[in-house]
Write a protein that binds this ligand. Structure first.
Ligand code: URA
Length: 253
């Protein structure tokens, strides 16, 4: 990635352009066998300069067909929950751990997550969200680099970092888990209600150069700055330049 678009003073426009280039690369990605079964790469969509980013698991059948994240039932619930806190999809950025649909919607496999995580890292570095909401187990475990499950972690914000970007990680249940379980929906609603307060906090300080560092604690929960996936933050050889030609194809606003 062009170091200038990653730099602290990179303009939103430069970062948006760099994100479009990452999309072009991802849209022809051959890195794992899902490239042979997918219909479309679902890169992510929303505001390329969003303060709030949601990270789900992987595209399902609808997303694979349309090329946009969360366009099925779980997506409609996500839209409703956003609306209840006064936000619209166009104001956030929504992405997934995997950019391609696993056949039969099976769980993402470790080698797929590893192959794909560099795209997510670059998305976070370029979008620079203040708050990342991990939806369910897969994105929570990846961003925390820890196997602790969502049942223990949901609703508990903590400061994390990817590369030079610190953010508040806020794990919540995946909306699909709440579709048919009213009690789960209530928990998700309560967790969602905390989002405006988190977005109103000052941005977390950038991580110290050391790989693992304690950070100032603002929330009652322990907030640690760690660097999951540091190995994934490496320059990648572009795999092609066709794919996305314009930001509008990205669903960016
Ligand atoms: N579930 C996800 O995790 N992501 C999507 O894009 C759709 C459903």
């Amino acid at each position: 990635m062009d170091p200038q678009s990653r730099g602290a003073d990179a303009t939103a426009e430069a970062r948006r352009e760099a994100l479009t280039a990452v999309y072009a690369e991802a849209s022809v990605c051959p890195r794992c066998p899902l490239s042979e079964t997918r219909t479309t790469v679902v890169f992510g969509a929303g505001d390329a300069d969003a303060d709030l980013m949601f990270i789900g698991e992987a595209p399902g059948a609808n997303e694979d067909r349309v090329g946009l994240p969360f366009v099925g039932q779980a997506g409609r619930l996500l839209d409703r929950l956003l609306d209840e806190i006064g936000l619209q999809r166009s104001q956030v950025f929504i992405a997934n751990v995997l950019k391609c649909r696993p056949p039969q919607n099976r769980d993402p496999q470790p080698h797929e997550i590893e192959a794909c995580s560099d795209y997510l890292v670059r998305q976070v570095e370029l979008i620079r969200p203040r708050v990342i909401c991990s939806l369910g187990n897969f994105s929570t475990k990846l961003l925390r680099a820890d196997p602790t499950g969502i049942t223990r972690l949901h609703g508990k914000p903590e400061i994390r970092a990817i590369g030079a970007r610190a953010f508040r990680l806020y794990p919540i249940y995946h909306p699909a888990a709440a579709l048919y379980t009213p009690s789960m929906l209530e928990i998700l609603r309560v967790d969602f209600e905390r989002l405006p307060g988190l977005l109103a906090l000052d941005p977390p300080p950038p991580p110290a150069p050391a790989r693992t560092q304690r950070a100032a604690v603002e929330e009652p929960e322990p907030e640690r700055v760690t660097e999951p996936n540091a190995d994934a933050v490496t320059a990648q050889t572009p795999v092609g330049s066709n794919g996305a030609e314009s930001a509008s194809q990205l669903g960016l606003f």
